[in-house]
Ligand binder design. Structure first.
Ligand code: PHE
Length: 338
């Protein structure tokens, strides 16, 4: 019987040695250690042995063989699992130095593409491009935009403050701009009307990323200051932009809304040829307090402003489902938008 046990064990170990896949191991595990396995079968013959000593040593040999087989299975399973993992890692590896056929040229990110196209369209409508800093003062971002300390609208901007407490004990006077509207103020202060500018740029809000929100995103601001500017000029500009950017079969509408820095204020929507609407952004006539903060006399000058999200335009244009995909920088996603 001892010979049978040794033969069964060696046969099992040889089978395990050549097992090539995790499935093989699973099959071997039930075959070798199960009730119908050779060793289990030999065990049923223990009762036929004559002496207690023989039974003891044969029983012991069977147990030893079982545990040798079981640990060989464990070892082989571990090796195959490691192989399977590294094969998978290798298969999914991105080799950024690899190219097939002719070398491909890089291209602008889809948000940059939308940004540049927006600039082009507005330049075509007679606007100039302005810029402002991403780290702003509370004054430019809120106060000068008719949102004094304690104004309830501040709460809607989940602001990221750069320094919470200044040496003189003031709280949150420097921040990451929550919108591009502070560029309105800077432009009014730095230049003389007439002003026709757009200001694209990065903005920041304390937001948890999800399919439609990122804590860092992009807006484009528009500001027009001239004599006798009216709401009709605003509506006409939005309509001209809509047709130039989306196509002549798109139209726009304004809906009454509220922003502290414009009066009256509106939201503007774009209508697709199929009749459905896309909410685009906010706009309105520049509030007299904002003109004054910008050093302009509201009796002499009037104007309108608008602002909307660039990322959302890119998402809309390309049918991107999850805005986070635009920032993961997976080349397999990005290269679809060359
Ligand atoms: N700054 C506003 C926002 O981020 C948009 C806006 C800009 C509204 C200009 C009116 C005028 O929501």
């Amino acid at each position: 019987m001892l010979t049978d046990i040794t033969a069964a064990r060696d046969g099992a170990l040889a089978d395990i040695e050549v097992a090539a896949t995790l499935d093989d191991i699973a099959a071997l595990t039930s075959r070798l250690l199960g009730k119908k396995g050779d060793l289990a079968q030999i065990k049923t013959r223990l009762g036929q042995l004559e002496s207690i000593d023989e039974k003891k040593s044969a029983g012991q040999a069977i147990n030893d063989a079982m545990s040798a087989v079981s640990s060989a299975l464990d070892d082989r399973r571990a090796v195959l699992a490691a192989d399977a993992l590294s094969a998978r890692v290798e298969a999914e590896r991105l080799d950024l130095t690899e190219y097939v056929g002719k070398p491909t040229r890089g291209h602008a990110h889809l948000v940059t593409q939308a940004w540049e196209r927006l600039e082009d369209v507005f330049i075509g409508l007679g606007f100039q491009v302005a810029e402002g800093p991403e780290v702003e003062t509370d004054w430019h971002n809120f106060e000068a935009l008719n949102m004094g300390e304690g104004h309830p609208a501040r709460g809607e901007f989940d602001t990221l403050f750069v320094d919470h407490v200044t040496p003189d004990g003031k709280v949150g006077t420097t921040l990451l701009r929550t919108h591009t509207s502070p560029v309105q103020i800077r432009t009014m202060i730095e230049s003389e009307p007439p002003i026709y500018i757009v200001a694209p740029g990065r903005v920041f809000r304390r937001d948890t990323p999800d399919a439609t929100h990122m804590p860092v995103f992009h807006q484009i601001e528009g500001l027009v200051i001239d004599r006798d500017i009216t709401m009709a000029d605003l509506a006409g500009t939005i309509e001209a932009f809509t047709k130039a950017f989306f196509g002549s079969d798109f139209t726009s509408r304004l809906r009454p809304s509220y922003f502290p820095f414009t009066e009256p204020s509106a939201e503007f929507d774009i209508q697709r040829p199929d009749g459905s609407w896309i909410e685009l952004g906010g706009c309105g006539m520049v509030h007299p307090n904002v003109l004054r903060a910008g050093g302009l006399d509201p009796e002499e000058w009037s104007g309108f402003a608008f602002g909307f999200g660039i990322d959302r335009m890119a998402k809309e244009r390309h049918g991107v489902e999850d805005i986070r995909d635009m920032y993961t920088n997976d080349i397999r996603f990005l290269e679809q938008f060359s």
